[in-house]
Write a protein that binds this ligand. Structure first.
Ligand SMILES: CC(C)(COP(=O)(O)OP(=O)(O)OC[C@H]1O[C@@H](n2cnc3c(N)ncnc32)[C@H](O)[C@@H]1OP(=O)(O)O)[C@@H](O)C(=O)NCCC(=O)NCCS
Length: 231
């Protein structure tokens, strides 16, 4: 898949896999997406990170408006098993060569809330599988509700909370095994505030998994695996 038509409401936008020549526009949209965000919510990417993911280290998807302006990008990281930057290590994935990252994403403010991110998550899961990757990992700030909601809606589960990146900011490690996640026992979920990171950490290390947000998007719902479900 190098180009596609992306439905947004009544419109059809154009999507394609971006290349090194798109670096200035990706960089500009990234910096625009940081404006007005509470500190620590979105990780500022280095130029090297963006350039590497327009090249050998992954795939960067872009969606363009009718005027040819980039309105969204989303990065799929395809790290090597040896790479220091392989989130699989943080969550104990045995085969690090089969890890893919849902890395940085930005949607231009005027285009938010129309499902672009949801579509770009689905597309990256498909591309990860096509690249032979099995475990998809995203890092999301605990209070980044739109991002978290989209990831959980796409079947990823909060597996850990851990200090990440140069800033050592706390991030949820949100994971999906594309070959199947164990069934969860969701009849009596545990509800913990998104900001209660110590309590969340305690539960996550005990094997609880965050699988949804409550209606107000203030609490994470957690459950344990169903007994006997080894899938
Ligand atoms: C996060 C971001 C990429 C979302 O893009 P988007 O295209 O507006 O997201 P979508 O329209 O696909 O919405 C995705 C979900 O988030 C929900 N959502 C959107 N804004 C929300 C908000 N302020 N609070 C709670 N949920 C929200 C939507 O209802 C939707 O949920 P649903 O699928 O259950 O209906 C966009 O807001 C953005 O660029 N933010 C700045 C950069 C950033 O935060 N990057 C992510 C770092 S991990």
């Amino acid at each position: 898949m190098t180009a596609w038509r992306e439905p947004v409401g009544d419109l059809w936008l154009t999507g394609r896999v971006l290349g090194p020549e798109d670096f200035p526009t990706v960089r500009a949209l990234h910096h625009q997406s940081l404006v007005g965000q509470p500190p620590g919510l979105v990780n500022p990417e280095t130029d090297a990170f963006l350039a590497d993911h327009l090249g050998a280290l992954g795939l960067t998807l872009g969606v363009f408006g009718g005027d040819g302006v980039l309105v969204a990008y989303a990065i799929l990281g395809l790290p090597t098993a040896e790479a220091a930057y392989n989130f699989g290590r943080v969550v104990g994935v045995a085969d690090l060569g089969r890890v893919a990252h849902l890395d940085g994403v930005a949607v231009a403010p005027a285009w938010r809330g129309r499902g672009l991110h949801r579509g770009l998550v689905t597309r990256r899961l498909t591309l990860a599988a096509e690249a032979g990757r099995r475990v998809v990992v995203a890092t999301i700030a605990p209070l980044n509700r739109p991002s978290l909601r989209t990831a959980l809606g796409a079947g990823l589960r909060v597996r850990a909370v851990h200090p990440m990146f140069a800033s050592r900011a706390l991030r949820f490690l949100v994971v999906r095994d594309l070959e199947g996640e164990p069934m969860l026992e969701t009849t009596q979920p545990l509800r913990l505030p998104l900001g209660a990171t110590e309590a969340l950490h305690e539960r996550l290390v005990q094997g609880w998994r965050g699988y949804a947000l409550d209606e107000a998007a203030d609490h994470l719902l957690l459950a344990t695996e169903r007994a006997g479900d080894g899938s």
